[in-house]
Design a protein around this ligand. Structure first.
Ligand SMILES: Cc1cc2nc3c(=O)[nH]c(=O)nc-3n(C[C@H](O)[C@H](O)[C@H](O)COP(=O)(O)OP(=O)(O)OC[C@H]3O[C@@H](n4cnc5c(N)ncnc54)[C@H](O)[C@@H]3O)c2cc1C
Length: 271
């Protein structure tokens, strides 16, 4: 109850509950979600987050009850199905867990956490080939950083940045890798699989001060000449953008030829 016996504002309680989740205080969050559910037993958001909090405090059966209510409301809720799977797996019910992950993938074929969890489950069952297929699917479905951060929030992955691969160790298979932080400290990690991917960061540096128009860190160009908005400055390759742009070496050659021709024309040089 708030001031003068009025009901506490639902959104205030939700805000406080989510703050507790962020501060990694799931027990406090659960009692706040219960307050919301007392007012509205079908509050989807509260049901989901209460379930996540219950999983965090290892009350898996209660979490399953929570996710079941949610799935009753929306049988295609991939997040609820996935987290029900996690609770099932933790309770030792591997078959049900696997079915939950499959249902989540069926509901949302781009839902990476379920591919990931299925991969982990298969790995534990010694089905390494299938585990790898599932983990690769998780990575390709997971194109956005936010989704990876969600996995981290669920305690399923750890993100370590500012590290470079320093060494790979193992006898018949890779057993450990060591990664080196920018400050020189080395961290050894036990591994089942090592998957290599490129990470590209666009840093324009001084080009930013050239008065060029920018579109999401790319430079828009005129496709006849590949000239930018600044006369005499041309942009080709991955840095330039125009409708239908494809980032390929081949495109870069085509763009280069047109830019060079236009530049020469601009200089009034006759070859
Ligand atoms: C994993 C991967 C696979 C690919 N496979 C193919 C393929 O099979 N076939 C194909 O056609 N294309 C492929 N591509 C695309 C192709 O590599 C690019 O389209 C092409 O390399 C673009 O050439 P670029 O010269 O425009 O840019 P880049 O090759 O990226 O060169 C830009 C250079 O500028 C430097 N630079 C960046 N910022 C600054 C700055 N501020 N100051 C000074 N220098 C700077 C960078 O260090 C870099 O050396 C692939 C790309 C990736 C990532």
């Amino acid at each position: 109850m708030g001031l003068f016996g009025s009901k506490e504002n639902l959104e205030d309680i939700r805000y406080n509950a989510m703050s507790m989740m962020e501060k990694n205080q799931p027990k406090a969050a659960i009692s706040l979600f219960n307050k919301i559910l007392k007012q509205n037993a079908s509050d989807i958001d509260a049901l989901l987050n209460k379930g996540l909090a219950l999983n965090q405090v290892k009350k898996y059966s209660d979490a399953i009850t929570c996710f079941d209510k949610l799935i009753e409301i929306n049988p295609k809720d991939a997040q609820a199905l996935n987290n029900r799977g996690i609770a099932m797996a933790e309770n030792g019910n591997i078959q049900e867990a696997s079915e939950c992950y499959d249902k989540a993938i069926e509901a949302d074929p781009k839902y990476a956490p379920s591919y990931f969890n299925k991969g982990v489950l298969l790995d534990k069952l010694q089905e390494h080939e299938d585990a790898l297929v599932s983990l690769e699917k998780a990575i390709s479905a997971e194109s956005s950083v936010n989704k990876v951060k969600q996995l981290e929030k669920e305690g399923k992955v750890q993100i370590l940045t500012q590290y470079q691969l320093s060494s790979v160790e193992g006898k018949n298979k890779i057993e450990n890798i060591s990664i080196k932080h920018e400050d020189g400290k080395i961290k050894k990690i036990e591994t089942n699989y090592v998957l290599g991917f490129f990470g590209l960061i666009m840093k324009l540096g001084p080009i930013l001060n050239w008065g060029l128009n920018l579109d999401k860190k790319h430079i828009p160009v005129n496709t006849e000449t590949f000239e930018t908005n600044q006369k005499g400055i041309f942009a080709i390759g991955d840095i330039c953008t125009y409708p239908g742009k494809v980032k390929l070496i081949l495109s870069g050659f085509h763009e280069g030829a047109l830019a060079a021709t236009a530049a020469i024309r601009g200089l009034n040089i006759f070859l």
